[in-house]
Write a protein that binds this ligand. Structure first.
Ligand code: NAP
Length: 308
């Protein structure tokens, strides 16, 4: 086995929370590694336009803000390691982190691996993912020029991404399981005013139809029980997220939904391990809040290291 590489701080997950934590710890001259199994930016990298991050009155593109945060962390010496963390354990008063190809040690760890999109769990969904079923409008929207698509969900993500998808699609039908939207008033109003968007209320998808690609969906009205088939070229699913906490679910305390429990100072049940951003139970799921928590966790980790 290769030699263990030593860092003072290891951050797991390079989304808004993790990258902000890295900017703070590396700028405080703590040797810092941040592990990322996909691309930096987390959910923000998959978002078209971020309109509510202060300082950008015209909005800023999700991938842009992600790349800028990564560059800022690297500027102060953060090492960005594109590997999936496989295990984390206590060792010599600190922690040992292993990936598929290496072993690393840290005096403090910040968990910032966020959350991933939720699946509906119906027949056809898994089989047709990438063949008309998508969870990312920014990634796949352009494949649906002049096509008719459906969006599943009634929250902010469904509205924001549904509006974005009208740039490409000729028609976007939002399928929501209730008769009122969970989304915030501004996005709700914008979606309702968009001529390309139609709503199907009180309805769930029971099956996604198609052999080689999506051809339609089976719908069921939850109030009347009526079922019908609805022709569509694409199914975009935005029904919330689940925490990426499988790695640590036996290492730190988690709540019944799998989110990591942490104190007001973002300390988990294991001293020296902190949680920031969407992985944390009770987190406000907004970029600016994730960044704020990244900062707080970095300062707490710094304090922890100073007192070792
Ligand atoms: P969300 O707020 O949890 O909304 C999920 C939506 O999907 C709800 O309408 C829910 O229906 C529906 N849903 C959940 N499970 C379902 C299932 N199995 N089948 C069918 N429908 C289902 O999730 P989100 O929209 O991804 O937003 C997550 C967080 O990010 C929120 O706090 C949101 O405010 C934030 N966000 C903010 C912005 C912004 O500020 N611009 C943009 C995106 C996201 P019910 O309503 O019936 O529960």
């Amino acid at each position: 086995m290769a030699e263990t590489k030593k860092f003072q701080v290891v951050i797991i997950g390079a989304g808004g929370a993790g990258l902000t934590a890295a900017i703070y710890t590396s700028r405080a001259k703590l040797s810092t590694a941040i592990f990322e199994k996909l691309t930096p930016g987390g959910q923000i990298a998959l978002t078209d336009l971020v309109e509510n991050y202060p300082g950008f009155p015209e909005g800023i593109l999700g991938p842009d803000v992600s790349q800028r945060m990564e560059a800022q962390a690297k500027r102060y010496g953060t090492e960005v390691i594109y590997e999936e963390v496989k295990s984390i354990a206590k060792q010599n008063g600190g922690f040992q982190i292993t990936t598929g190809s290496g072993s690393y040690s840290a005096a403090a760890v910040i968990l910032a691996s966020g959350a991933s999109f939720r699946m509906v769990g119906v027949p056809g969904e898994r089989e047709l993912t990438g063949k008309g079923v998508s969870y990312c409008a920014t990634c796949d929207g352009a494949f649906f020029k002049e096509k008719e698509i459906v969006v599943v969900g009634g929250g902010d993500s469904a509205m924001q991404e549904g509006i974005f998808l009208t740039r490409f699609a000729s028609k976007v039908t939002v399928i929501h399981r209730r008769d009122s939207l969970r989304a915030s008033p501004i996005l709700k109003d914008r979606a309702k005013a968009n001529e390309k968007i139609e709503f199907v209320w009180d309805t769930v998808i029971e099956k996604i139809l198609g052999e080689k690609k999506v051809e339609g969906v089976s719908l069921r009205n939850v109030k009347t029980g009526e079922t019908r088939e609805f022709r569509t070229d694409g199914v975009f699913i935005f029904i919330g997220h689940d925490p990426n906490s499988a790695l640590v679910k036996e290492f730190v305390e988690i709540d019944e939904s799998g989110y990591v429990k942490a104190t007001d100072s973002l300390q988990t049940s294991v001293p020296g391990v902190f949680a920031a951003g969407e992985i944390r139970a009770g987190a406000v799921k907004q970029l600016v809040a994730a960044c704020g928590e990244g900062c707080e966790a970095a300062l707490a980790a710094q304090h922890h290291i100073e007192n070792l």
